[in-house]
Ligand binder design. Structure first.
Ligand code: 2AL
Length: 253
């Protein structure tokens, strides 16, 4: 199967790192293509960042129409543009927060999220509510590590996340950790070894769940609100997004 992994921020090195993690867990027959929006913020750490990231995700899903992707993964923990992406394709679309919450609830009755900037905790808390995981999520914890500091953060960043995870497990009385940023994907294995509890990276979880959904032959429904958006005139810099053929939209690999 062919899987489109969209990094909603515009940092190409982070796209490559997450695509690498995705390929590590993917089944032998799964081809992972990593892309990011042609515009928008280098990292997503505010509501303002997030609205443009959501538009960038929609841009890339629209641009990929006709490429026959079997599944799409939105690899930012705020799941920006998830519903819009589902309108634009029949393939299953998974956000990494949603995928991580589902995966961890199979192996623990209570989990804690460890994320980046404290100001982004509200985004994860709202997603917990939106997806109905309030009874399983025992807490969301910020570390105030900027998203881009995760790249080449080395032992100091790893140690900070490990310490935050240990504190979260104690304080929340939870049995598992969810990593609250796509940029933490490559830390999952070592953290699981060190902490001795299940540690879920949403990128890996989303890839494996996407493979399962494709294996089940499930596609995004088109009878209801996930039907394609109605054609209409668009203006300004976003005008190409309104074109049926997506002309004028740059693809960024
Ligand atoms: C994220 C993420 O996963 N990627 C990004 O740029 N911002 N979310 C987060 N909570 O740090």
């Amino acid at each position: 199967m062919k899987l489109l992994l969209i990094n909603p921020n515009t940092t190409a090195s982070m796209t490559h790192a997450m695509a690498h993690t995705a390929r590590t867990v993917a089944a032998p027959g799964t081809v992972v293509v990593g892309r990011q929006p042609s515009f928008g913020p280098a990292s997503i750490e505010s509501h303002f960042d997030e609205v443009f990231a959501a538009a960038g995700v929609a841009e890339q899903v629209k641009l990929a129409q006709g490429e026959d992707f079997d599944a799409v993964v939105i690899a930012c923990f705020g799941d920006p543009g998830l519903d819009a992406a589902r309108e634009l394709t029949c393939a299953p679309v998974l956000g990494i927060a949603e995928a991580a919450f589902h995966a961890v609830s199979f192996v623990a009755t209570g989990f804690s999220v460890v994320t980046t900037m404290r100001r982004t905790c509200i985004t994860a808390e709202r997603l917990v509510q939106r997806y109905g995981f309030e009874r399983v999520c025992r807490g969301v914890h910020g570390t105030d590590i900027p998203v881009l500091a995760l790249e080449d953060g080395g032992d100091a960043v790893l140690a900070q996340i490990e310490a935050a995870a240990r504190a979260a497990l104690d304080r929340d009385g939870s049995g598992a950790i969810v990593l609250g940023c796509g940029g933490m994907a490559d830390l999952c294995t070592v953290l699981q070894q060190r902490l001795g509890v299940p540690v879920v990276d949403g990128v890996s979880a989303a890839v494996k769940l996407a493979e399962a959904l494709v294996g089940l032959g499930l596609k995004t429904e088109k009878r209801g609100d996930y039907a394609a958006p109605l054609p209409k005139r668009w203006t300004g810099w976003a005008a190409p997004l309104g074109n049926a053929d997506s002309q004028g939209l740059p693809r960024t690999e």
